[in-house]
Design a protein around this ligand. Structure first.
Ligand code: GRF
Length: 189
């Protein structure tokens, strides 16, 4: 029986990745591996406790992609989910996994997307622009940054009293609420 195996690629704290691994409907249908582009002892421990293979890969973007591609092939990965992964994915990986790579971006793309738009930078740009709403965009990954087919978008209003931290918190609440379900639907098709 075909069972999806998801590679979670992270560069940050990995809170989205941890939530996916703990999401019951995903646990029932899928296996995971985690690949981090940064040292992350908390994620290493979490993966040990949850019996998930964990890899930390160093090096420049090209070396990192080569290694990630090798790991995904050797571990029979079927889908890739970028959850705060800050490196550009190589054409090789995109070709091998076309239509099976998801990214979550913390704004309502196409607004506040593209190079350099990640983490707090996004929320600061939204704040500086005086937006009245923001949100998350979950999209397929293609060769062009943040421009793959949009799978889901969820928005939240911003009040004049919200500062950058409060905007970030509102976005993280959307990620917590919606990302696991979208990933499950995506991998179980
Ligand atoms: C999240 O804001 C996500 O939208 C973006 O990067 C951040 C990852 O946070 N892609 P974490 O590492 O999952 O805590």
């Amino acid at each position: 029986m075909y069972s999806p195996k998801i590679a979670l690629l992270i560069s940050g704290t990995g809170s989205n990745a941890k939530r996916l691994i703990h999401f019951k409907p995903l646990q029932l249908c899928c296996e995971f591996i985690v690949i981090s582009s940064k040292n992350n002892d908390s994620m290493r421990l979490f993966c040990e406790e949850n019996k998930v293979d964990y890899f930390e890969i160093e090096g420049n973007t090209e070396e990192l992609n080569l290694l990630a591609n090798k790991i995904c092939r050797e571990k029979f990965v079927t889908h890739i989910v970028l959850a705060g992964f800050l490196k550009k994915i190589s054409f090789d990986i995109i070709k091998n996994y076309r239509g099976r790579i998801l990214n979550i971006h913390p704004s309502l793309l196409p607004k506040f997307g593209g190079k350099g738009m990640y983490g707090r930078h996004v929320h600061r740009a939204v704040f500086n622009a005086g937006e009245t709403k923001t949100g998350i965009t979950i999209h397929e990954v293609t060769e062009i940054y943040d421009q793959g087919k949009i799978i889901a978008q969820y928005e939240v209003s911003i009040s004049k009293l919200d500062d950058v931290e409060q905007i970030e918190q509102k976005v993280r609440e959307l990620e917590e609420k919606y990302f696991p379900e979208v990933v499950k639907n995506f991998v179980t098709g």
